[in-house]
Design a protein around this ligand. Sequence first.
Ligand SMILES: Cc1cc2nc3c(=O)[nH]c(=O)nc-3n(C[C@H](O)[C@H](O)[C@H](O)COP(=O)(O)O)c2cc1C
Length: 391
Amino acid sequence: MTKYEKLFEPVTFSNGVKAQNRFMLAPMCDDSAENGQVTEQQLEYMKTRAANVGIAVTGYAYVNDSGDQVPGQLSVAHDKDINGLAKLATVMKAGGAKAILQLSHAGCGAGGSVAKGYRVYAPSKLSFPWLDYDVDEMTTADIEQVIRDYAQATKRAIAAGFDGIEIHNCNHDLLQQFFSASANHRNDEWGGSREKRMALPLAIQRAVKKVIAESGNANFILGWRISPQEKHGDEIGYDVDDMFAQTKKVAELGIDYLNISLNLSADYSNSVRPSYDVKVKGTDKSFPEYYRAALRGYCPIYIGSNVLTADDALAAVTDAEGVYVGRELLMDPDFVQKIAEDRPEEIVNTTTIEKLKAVGLPDGFVDNYADKDGSTRVVSYRNGIPLPGLD
Ligand SMILES: Cc1cc2nc3c(=O)[nH]c(=O)nc-3n(C[C@H](O)[C@H](O)[C@H](O)COP(=O)(O)O)c2cc1C
């Protein structure tokens, strides 16, 4: 019995399926797929990172060819992707973790699609200064197609043997763009009021739930990831109350866990303090305490960000059922094992490019996230440098 015993209790999802402990490998795109296909390097990496967690989530996989954010991202847009994804699911499950495929569409941020010559679209015609390509306003037919694409992607995840999917309703992807008053200027059934701006995420949820129900696999897990708030200086895309309202609707339809991404906004992130410790603005409640009221009945909540030590992880599960761990697991693949064996002082939480290569990080991670000066941007929160591309 160690001080960290609580981290090794199972987490029960809403559908009754259990994760073997409270750790989640946070979804992290490793920029290392080849034309969307899983590579050997990714399989090797996943084998070690998923080995000891309760639930392992892949980096975001694009559901159609217009939704690819970065070169090296995984694809779940075609049937030909299933074979590679099946290998990925197999290595992710080898140590007992539940293997989850994260589904996404980058909307206006689909730079990877631009590079391949695909059309890029978003709820409205957007021309942000940082976009050097045209973004079309989606037609009704585009919207209906995207909903079908999420359904198809879910079928592929099931065929590949994943234990579940997680919908990437966060980090500025297409679903968030629809919910954001800054990005969505439509006046039809898909935009305008808050209710209408949440219509696309909810339609996608309905579509993927239908596929899951029709598969007959009652154990298939539906996870849902949110960014609680979107702000651009003084301009508000949506506020915490808006996302709370959306989550209430989502919970009514039914999800198996809620993953609250806490790294993104100035109001609740902090470059030195673990983000889980931050209260929802204007309240004395932590994010899990606050969000619990939005959930219908029992649904486990995962939080995290800036979790570097065993004590950070333990503190996160005072309010939440589970804790996601991203960059720390990049640096130290044995993070969970060391806590399980009561060796927390052996956890590695500084790194260098050489060390990252030595712990089997795929090239894309090292090339795009490691600071060329010697330390690395994967530990940037200690140095106050924001994560690239994540707001
Ligand atoms: C290299 C990298 C890639 C990421 N890719 C994704 C992604 O594909 N989907 C997602 O939801 N979050 C993504 N994130 C965010 C992480 O899931 C996590 O929220 C963030 O890294 C903060 O947690 P940490 O401090 O434990 O790393 C990414 C983060 C990093 C560092």
